[in-house]
Design a protein around this ligand. Structure first.
Ligand code: HEC
Ligand code: HEC
Length: 141
């Protein structure tokens, strides 16, 4: 009888320890399960993204239009556009790779140069031209 009571007590102890642990585990699993579907990134949605990986996928085309406006060009300045609006993933124009480097450079300026208050953009230099002017016109010209 004494043995029986002792094992009951041990059993009770085990339950007392195990139950909260089990509850905690369940709770953390519940925390890991996202309640709303996560937005796709550009990397997940498109085929050949090397720089704009974390950009939400629905922001990629608006960014492309900003490039057009900043450089005063059309999409085919950087992309060879195939039939049915395809081929944007290809890297056959040097301007596309140059644009990747420019994106990184602009990000770097905003990160390192507090002086500009994070306002560096493609337009800041390009002002609607693919080849930005780097020297002022001489006075009177
Ligand atoms: C100044 C150059 C430039 C211009 C102009 C430009 N793009 Fe892009 N585009 C890029 C670069 C660079 C990438 C790849 C970005 C990366 O690797 O993170 C890209 C990627 C893309 C992709 C993803 C392709 C894939 O599956 O990997 C699409 C779609 C796209 N561009 C469409 C457009 C459209 C539409 C326009 C015109 C409205 C346009 N682009 C104008 C440089 C440009
Ligand atoms: C700090 C100034 C500056 C910023 C910001 C800048 N660019 Fe440039 N970019 C230049 C200069 C200067 C050149 C010319 C480089 C050369 O001729 O070697 C150039 C050249 C380019 C070219 C090559 C053009 C050609 O004729 O082939 C592309 C494409 C380009 N930039 C895209 C961009 C994009 C896209 C952004 C924004 C993400 C950007 N640039 C931001 C200064 C800048």
């Amino acid at each position: 009888m004494k043995h029986y009571r002792q094992s009951l007590r041990i059993l009770g102890l085990i339950v007392a320890i195990a139950a909260p642990v089990a509850l905690l585990t369940l709770w953390s699993i519940a925390q890991d399960t996202p309640s709303a579907p996560k937005e796709k990134t550009s990397k997940e949605q498109f085929k050949n993204i090397k720089v704009l990986k974390d950009l939400p996928a629905n922001k990629l085309i608006p960014v492309m239009h900003q490039f057009n406006d900043a450089l005063g060009v059309k999409c085919d300045f950087c992309h060879v556009i195939g039939p049915v609006h395809s081929g944007f993933e290809k890297d056959d124009k040097p301007a596309k790779d140059m644009a990747r480097k420019m994106i990184l450079m602009t990000k770097g300026i905003n990160k390192q140069q507090k002086l500009l208050g994070g306002q560096a953009t493609c337009f800041m230099c390009h002002h609607g031209s693919p080849e930005p002017q780097t020297q002022p016109k001489p006075e009177g010209k």
